[in-house]
Design a protein. Structure first.
Ligand SMILES: O=C(O)CCC(=O)C(=O)O
Length: 385
């Protein structure tokens, strides 16, 4: 597997694309202009976006499927514990989010990404701030560009929407659909986190910030719209590079086009097939920390395809501003130390933005002393994934 690392990012900066007529340098936060992309030489991918052939890491068809759990089922907690232990992920039905709303969010995402590039970059995010249009943050650590575009909604939805659609009626539809989606996702995500805590033998009292003020809770969440355009050579492209999420949990709607894959404990890729009306739950690094290493945060990626434009919508739930996440006291064995030091979501995002998948290792308790000062000094804060 080709990894994303700071080394890759540095290499990109020094080797600018020789094919600038069809591409932008892939290390920028501006994605390829997919709506205007002119593919030369028999539909070949720009070399900046050509990953090594993935035939050696094809999915494992014999692997157990990622479980689909009905949240209202009496055995939900038991099934969730098993899924968190084995996969670090599961799908949920019975979540109460109307299917019609999911379809409307997907339609709004399609409307956004079909805007001309000139309009989308009016809402371009900056390297310091994740909110807005651009490539997925993970791409900054990758040796090759991603076949995707993203839009991160943090804070005011209206602020984003009016940059994209100056006409009120065009922006207000986006605001009302995304606003309702955020409300519904907050409810379902809190329900899911409560069930996961129960499966660990914990209650919301063990994690007091679960009862935090409403404003604090809304600061704990970010919505990420992802677009994966039809690709002329899907076997050599990458939609979203392998990564774990920094969040506590991520709840993902992936429409009805497959693309999401998780890595099993054996290191093989497992496809998560779209299931009508179901949402995918991925455990993130903060949950791994809270569970004192018991539940793993799942490594995942998104592939692209040659015939369908795929949209996914991720709801990242981290922790309220200023709250330090640390291993739950009840999960730390007597006489032993917690596996990780306390960290805020913001500081952890900074660490992840700089060090990618090595970030977790860096806050292991044996290393914790150097880390927090490193993290606070050079946090590339506000980077999500
Ligand atoms: O599109 C997907 O299936 C995965 C998206 C994802 O991993 C992300 O937004 O971090």
């Amino acid at each position: 597997m080709m990894h994303c690392s700071r080394r890759g990012a540095r290499a990109n900066r020094s080797s600018k694309s020789s094919n600038m007529s069809t591409t932008l340098p892939h290390h920028t936060i501006i994605p390829l202009d997919f709506t205007n992309l002119i593919l030369t030489q028999s539909n070949k991918l720009p070399h900046t976006h050509t990953w090594p052939h993935r035939s050696y890491d094809s999915p494992d068809p014999s692997h157990h499927p990622v479980p689909v759990i009905d949240l209202s089922a009496p055995r939900a907690v038991h099934l969730i514990r098993h899924a968190c232990d084995k996969f670090g992920a599961f799908q949920v039905t019975g979540h109460g989010v109307p299917v019609q709303l999911l379809k409307e969010v997907e339609a709004e995402a399609r409307r956004l990404f079909s805007l001309p590039m000139g309009r989308k970059i009016l809402a371009l995010r900056s390297p310091e701030n994740m909110a807005g249009y651009g490539t997925a943050p993970v791409s900054l650590l990758c040796p090759k560009g991603l076949w995707s575009e993203g839009f991160t909604i943090a804070g005011s939805v209206a602020e984003h929407a009016t940059k994209l659609w100056p006409a009120h009626d065009e922006s207000s539809r986006f605001c009302s659909v995304i606003g309702e989606y955020k409300k519904q996702m907050e409810l379902v995500t809190k329900k899911i986190i409560t069930l996961i805590l129960t499966s660990l033998g914990l209650t919301n009292d063990d994690v007091p910030w679960m009862k935090a003020e409403k404003e604090a809770v809304s600061e704990a969440a970010v919505v990420q719209l992802n677009s994966y355009p039809v690709c002329p050579d899907p076997a050599q492209a990458m939609g979203m590079a392998p990564h774990t999420d920094s969040s506590m949990v991520t709840v993902l709607y992936q429409g009805n086009v497959a693309g999401l894959q998780l890595q099993s404990e054996k290191g093989r890729w497992v496809t998560v097939p779209p299931t009508e009306g179901a949402l995918v739950v991925n455990l993130g690094d903060l949950m791994h920390i809270l569970s004192n290493g018991r539940f793993r945060s799942v490594l995942h990626r998104a592939l692209v395809n040659g015939s369908e434009h795929r949209i996914s919508v991720a709801y990242f739930y981290g922790s309220p501003k200023g709250v330090e996440v640390k291993p739950a006291v009840n999960l730390v064995g007597e006489g032993t130390s917690p596996m990780y030091g306390p960290v805020t979501w913001k500081d952890y995002l900074g660490l992840k933005g700089r060090h990618g998948q090595k970030a977790l290792e860096m806050i292991k308790t044996s290393k914790v002393h150097g880390m927090l000062s490193v993290c606070k000094m050079c946090a590339m804060s506000n980077v999500v994934s």
